[in-house]
Design a protein around this ligand. Structure first.
Ligand SMILES: Cc1ncc(C[n+]2csc(CCOP(=O)(O)OP(=O)(O)O)c2C)c(N)n1
Ligand SMILES: [Mg+2]
Length: 291
């Protein structure tokens, strides 16, 4: 009997129903065993690699929170020196906090150097591992521990950074978004990215049971609804041009269908102005990406 390669083994300590590890498993399984992966500090790391154990089937290296990209660049340089760069691919990974904020300088530098590395961001829209603090990926109106909804403010006041556009502006050869609502799409995008030379960026929506406040069987449903409402556009861009986008159903469900399943948006449903602000983000995505 052939032993099947498992990129991520059972026995990790992620929450039941974790959307981040689901997204990660699909992505890394599709990448296959001939890869070296770096992982920034965050849920995808603490739940998988408590010393002396590892859930990973490939060489996987924990970096600091802020330098997953720099460690990946060093590995890519070593592989070039050994003339192994065509056989072994390098993947850098991190949560949205590591990617959008804390590791952004190192990531920008990695892209600017044009390193042949795929960067995968697990976007659960907050710093979950340390207790749900708002990040540059948090949507306006989201209640987090640093942007609680209350009498004065109604959740996060800042816009979500458009990281795929920032990646495209750096000249990434391939940029894509995906969600665990559509596992085959994740797998196809990772496989495609790894056939291309140069810097690549894939952003995976990662529904978080405690941080978003939903029941443990809803991560896949939320992964679909985020796309179907237009709030999380799923697309790919090659050499700075959008080449495909997943269409939303017609009629398109309102954002309430997505928000009402999550405690982080409970106050939004009682605030017509805030609800309209979030609906406007989805509507603008539908126009911008031709969904
Ligand atoms: C320089 C530095 N600042 C802060 C921390 C504390 N810290 C560890 S994990 C984490 C949150 C990670 O958030 P994110 O990157 O979004 O990943 P998630 O846990 O949400 O998957 C923080 C703030 C740290 N380890 N290093
Ligand atoms: Mg996060």
């Amino acid at each position: 009997m052939t032993k099947q390669y498992q990129a991520l083994s059972p026995g990790h300590t992620a929450c039941a129903g974790c959307g981040e590890l689901l997204a990660m498993r699909h992505a890394l399984q599709a990448a296959g065993p001939d890869v070296i992966v770096t992982g920034a500090t965050g849920c995808s790391e603490v739940t998988t690699s408590g010393y002396p154990d590892s859930s990973f089937g490939m060489p996987w290296i924990h970096s600091l929170f802020e330098n997953s990209s720099s460690v990946a660049s060093g590995i890519a340089a070593a592989l070039r020196y050994q003339k192994k760069q065509d056989k072994i691919k390098v993947i850098a990974t991190g949560g949205d906090g590591a990617t959008f904020d804390i590791g952004f300088g190192a990531l920008s530098a990695m892209w600017s150097r044009g390193d042949d590395i795929l960067y995968i961001c697990y976007d659960n829209e907050a710093y979950m591992n340390t207790g749900v603090q708002a990040s540059g990926a948090t949507l306006p109106g989201t209640s987090t521990t640093t942007s609680p909804s209350g009498a004065v403010e109604q959740g996060n006041m800042m816009p979500k950074k458009d990281m795929p556009a920032i990646a495209m502006a750096h000249g990434c050869v391939y940029v894509a978004t995906a969600s665990p609502g559509y596992p085959i799409d994740i797998q196809n995008k990772v496989k495609k990215a790894l056939t291309m030379k140069g810097p690549k960026y894939i952003q995976l929506l990662s529904p978080c049971v405690p941080g978003w406040g939903f029941s443990t069987d809803q991560a896949v449903k939320l992964g679909k609804l985020a796309h179907q409402t237009g709030l999380y556009p799923i697309f790919e861009a090659v050499n700075g041009q959008i080449t495909s986008a997943m269409k939303v159903p017609k009629p398109t469900p309102s954002v309430s269908a997505y928000l009402e399943l999550q405690k982080r948006f409970k106050h939004v449903l009682k605030n017509p102005q805030l609800l309209a602000t979030i609906q406007a983000i989805a509507d603008a995505n539908i126009v911008k990406y031709g969904l």
